[in-house]
Write a protein that binds this ligand. Sequence first.
Ligand SMILES: NC(=O)c1ccc[n+]([C@@H]2O[C@H](COP(=O)([O-])OP(=O)(O)OC[C@H]3O[C@@H](n4cnc5c(N)ncnc54)[C@H](O)[C@@H]3O)[C@@H](O)[C@H]2O)c1
Length: 279
Amino acid sequence: MKTVGILGAGLMGAGIAEVSARAGSGVILVDASESAAVKGRGRIEASVRKSVEKGQLDSAAAKDVLDRITLSADIAALAAADFVIEAVFEDLAVKKDAFKKLDAIVGPDAVLASNTSAQSITAISAVTKRPDKVVGLHFFYPVPRMKLVEIVRGLATSDDTYQRARSYVEAIGKTGVLAPDYPGFIVNRLLLPLLNEAVFCVMEGAKPEDVDAGMKLGCNFPMGPLELLDFVGLDVALATITGLYDNLRDSKYRPCPLFVKMVEAGRLGRKTGRGFYAY
Ligand SMILES: NC(=O)c1ccc[n+]([C@@H]2O[C@H](COP(=O)([O-])OP(=O)(O)OC[C@H]3O[C@@H](n4cnc5c(N)ncnc54)[C@H](O)[C@@H]3O)[C@@H](O)[C@H]2O)c1
């Protein structure tokens, strides 16, 4: 990919910009606010610096990576990109508005990808005049470390767009899996019910330590489900399982009442100093 455009310079957008620049692409990183764009660049610099300290990158290569990234607070800067990845807030109205604008700005052959965790790629693509060139690319946090990208085909995504998305994923050294355009794609569809069930175990009397030890020692999980919930934030995870429940209208995704109560209490995990464990 010659020039990758990224809209949204938050946690995910900055990570996607970094891996794209490390793969040799020119990157145009755009955020609605200039301070957010600068903060995103700061994140990339810190991450690249860490790679240099670990000996994974020499300082000349690190400089080249950073030099390949241009910042802007104007979405029109993305006109020069042939492949754009959107990583703005997880809100369908915000995403639709962004795609309408992108559709009018980029060249006719450009692919528009969304890093949405839960919105329908088909619904997002429908606001553009190029639904065949819209695809989902669901990255995982932290982007430089996580190897997987779910490639999501909307109803209208063409074979050519899918292949271009797959080539991009391979070029940045990740593994792509083809996921259906239904809530939760593959990973969250499986993971969230498991995390939710772990909270049911606690509600029914199991100790968090025992639930986590069970899954680590009995199933070789690198991290227990409750440790993972504390790590990602209970509020974020509860929003995702609630989204699955609302969208799929299936009682098997019913959020555990204790899960809701913990969020009500502000026990959100590491970020608030208390979740299933104290920090
Ligand atoms: N955080 C995760 O673990 C994770 C994992 C996979 C996917 N995602 C998805 O990635 C997307 C971004 O998540 P994040 O965690 O990076 O969020 P974030 O809040 O860290 O970053 C979002 C950025 O988008 C910017 N923004 C918002 N509206 C904009 C607009 N209209 N135009 C330009 N910039 C705009 C904000 O200023 C902010 O800097 C969401 O759709 C989220 O669901 C997140």
